[in-house]
Design a protein around this ligand. Sequence first.
Ligand SMILES: [Zn+2]
Ligand SMILES: [Zn+2]
Length: 190
Amino acid sequence: MRQRATLLPSPYFYNHGDHQQMTRSPIMTATCSCGGVELKAFGGPIVSSVCYCEDCQKGADQIEALPNAVTVRDPDGGTAYILYRKDRIECSKGAELLRRYKLKETSVTNRVVATCCNSAMFMNFDKGPHWVSAYRARFHGELPPLQLRICTKFIPDGVVLADDLPSYRGYPPGLIVKLLASRVAMLLGR
Ligand SMILES: [Zn+2]
Ligand SMILES: [Zn+2]
């Protein structure tokens, strides 16, 4: 257990001290492009979504400008995420290589990059929300299907979205409900 604690460095991950959460299946693995950093996620995600908001686009600009960075966005300007409760995702390798980027000094949102190869790994918060948005492109194996596109009012000029998924101009109520329900489950230790 002692070793696990070192793999969950504050403030990147939530150290819940409950090993039970970490044995849930499926276990999904995400790695940076060079393999130096690895994340493991346990159990089903809260949601899989593509975000087009201004912050995600600015965040992608910031990361994609780093040397040899891996592309963060899809060709249509969206960034695909898999959202996990923060007690169900951990850095299993290379935590010391992670670095936080903020859009502004005062932002509570962090976009966390594997500095070995400048791959965007996940987005989290200094405080508040109980989830981690992991960059979907970094995962391997059979990925949970994408469920929705959000904040599409910010899509870049000239982009026509595919109509394969429900799209919302902002944050739809169904998404808020999923996030709240996951918070309740987490508080109840389920
Ligand atoms: Zn790497
Ligand atoms: Zn966004």
